[in-house]
Design a protein around this ligand. Structure first.
Ligand SMILES: Cc1cc2nc3c(=O)[nH]c(=O)nc-3n(C[C@H](O)[C@H](O)[C@H](O)COP(=O)(O)OP(=O)(O)OC[C@H]3O[C@@H](n4cnc5c(N)ncnc54)[C@H](O)[C@@H]3O)c2cc1C
Length: 380
């Protein structure tokens, strides 16, 4: 006897979206969540995530981003909630430096809408950024920020309205594939489903088979917030999300969502952590000093004192691309995890792809070999 067609293990950023999308395809879908959807110790924590259509790197994420953007619109329509604020997004760096050059290379391949802003135009339009004469920017006109907890809770609510269930406080300890289904076991119960999606983020390592363990590692990522001297300068209408990478200095951030504080955080400072549940939530003295110095220099309109900081986990893979596809050798267990510090913007698309493929409805997006878990099965 089966308890349902599909179980989604972990109802966070991607699991909530998988549940929402699966609930449109199947009438028997259950989400199992160790704590509760959108809890603040997951990768949902910290209020907002950057959304952008422009990115660096060789992999072709553009079709995934296009699908994600369409589905964020749909989630807003279905829920009536404002989830994606399309305030635009700036990439700032040395005009001929590696950051902007790599971004422009990728924009040439994808055709993502953008505006190149030279130093004078940047300074005129966005005086909040104190630039050196060597720096300029690129405006991604479709970028913005996502309200994370609102997004996850809206997807869960939409899934429930379609008949899906969510079991909270249910930490899955084991997933075992049987001949005719998959058994999942918590501390108190066990269930059998036809198929399972593993979307447990930094907790996925505990339930993935030993063959995948060396490929994944939880990382800690910190966030810092500062007070605006004049809040109006940092509202979404005046201050797009930004990523600034100049030499070995970096900062990224989002406009104020509370009318007082602005998120501005050093980029690329993720570090492996042994146990995301017990990792320290404080910043090191070095992280504090570098954050203060960078904010003081880059954004003089912010008071250089950290008024809020926290640390959140995400699951990283050894090549920093996610795990999206069937577990190697399995027809019933599907991975949607390991999004390595970059997954929220594409969570709707990853969830939809996972739901469609796990329920054998076929691929939604082609060309995703770089995300398939099978790439690790063929490596030594
Ligand atoms: C500080 C920070 C900043 C980031 N900034 C950006 C950004 O600006 N833009 C962007 O696109 N991405 C960003 N990312 C990355 C993005 O947030 C993550 O890649 C994405 O949210 C991961 O989603 P997930 O569903 O894999 O994990 P989560 O959202 O953490 O969800 C996993 C869920 O599974 C549950 N769970 C764990 N183990 C079990 C178990 N055994 N049984 C049942 N449930 C379990 C957890 O409680 C949790 O609710 C950032 C990440 C961090 C941490």
């Amino acid at each position: 006897m089966s308890d349902g067609q599909l179980a989604v293990i972990g109802v966070g950023s991607v699991g909530s979206m998988a549940l929402w999308q699966a609930s449109k395809l199947s009438s028997s879908t259950v989400g199992f969540e160790a704590v509760s959807p959108a809890h603040p110790r997951s990768a949902v924590g910290g209020d907002t995530r950057l959304f952008r259509m422009t990115y660096r790197g060789e992999h072709n994420y553009y079709p995934v981003l296009q699908t994600a953007e369409r589905l964020w619109h749909l989630l807003e329509e279905e829920s009536g909630q404002a989830i994606l604020n399309r305030c635009g997004g700036l990439s700032i760096g040395e005009t001929d430096g590696p950051y902007l050059s790599a971004l422009l290379d990728s924009i040439r391949r994808t055709g993502a809408p953008h505006e190149v802003l030279d130093h004078t135009e940047m300074t005129r339009r966005y005086p909040q950024h104190q630039l050196s004469p060597r720096e300029s920017g690129i405006l991604d006109t479709r970028a913005g920020f996502l309200r994370t907890d609102r997004a996850v809770l809206s997807a869960v609510e939409a899934a429930r309205q379609n008949g899906a269930e969510v079991v909270k406080d249910a930490q899955v300890r084991e997933i075992r594939e049987l001949g005719d289904g998959v058994r999942i076991t918590t501390d108190t119960d066990s269930w059998k489903f036809d198929r399972v999606i593993v979307s447990a983020g930094s907790g996925s390592g505990g339930v993935l088979p030993p063959t995948m363990q060396p490929r994944v590692q939880p990382h800690r990522i910190f966030l810092t917030w500062f007070t605006a001297r004049e809040a109006q300068q940092f509202v979404p209408e005046n201050f797009p999300i930004f990523i600034r990478i100049t030499g070995d200095r970096s900062l990224y951030g989002a406009p104020t969502v509370d009318g007082v504080t602005v998120k501005a955080t050093l980029d690329g400072r993720d570090e492996p952590t042994a146990d995301p549940d017990t990792m320290s939530r404080g910043l090191t003295p070095g992280e504090v000093a570098e954050s203060l110095q960078t904010v003081q220099e880059f954004l003089p309109g912010l008071v250089p004192e950290i008024v809020r900081s926290d640390v959140y986990p995400d699951l990283f893979t050894s090549d920093r691309a996610g795990l999206l596809g069937p577990l190697p050798g399995s027809t019933r267990i599907y991975c949607a995890t390991g999004f390595s510090g970059a997954g929220f913007k594409m969570a709707t698309a990853f969830g939809a792809i996972a739901a469609s493929e796990a329920l054998a409805n076929g691929p939604l997006v082609e060309g995703l070999e770089f995300l398939r878990p099978a790439r690790f099965a063929t490596q030594g």
